[in-house]
Design a protein around this ligand. Sequence first.
Ligand code: HEC
Length: 74
Amino acid sequence: MIAAGNLLSSGGAGEGEVAMAANGEWQTYNNQMIDAARQVIEAVKARDEDKLFEVGNNALYPPCEACHQTYQKR
Ligand code: HEC
């Protein structure tokens, strides 16, 4: 997922996404997602199930949702 985030930060794979990636909010959401993915890795390493659940809901999901609401066409 961090790799996907790195790809997304330079515009992803879809048409028109390079232009969207130049937009400040795109970078914000993307950075939040990358940061959350790192927290997921930490929780998994620590085998902390509660932490994993919390990070998933509170850190990982919101930037997905926010970015889709702003940029997804469908
Ligand atoms: C930086 C912005 C951004 C972030 C953050 C982001 N996405 Fe997306 N996502 C998009 C865009 C834009 C599309 C639409 C791409 C297209 O249609 O070409 C998309 C499409 C998708 C699709 C395909 C949906 C469909 O109807 O085809 C899925 C599944 C998806 N994202 C899951 C996620 C998940 C899960 C996360 C969080 C872990 C996430 N995305 C984070 C921008 C983002």
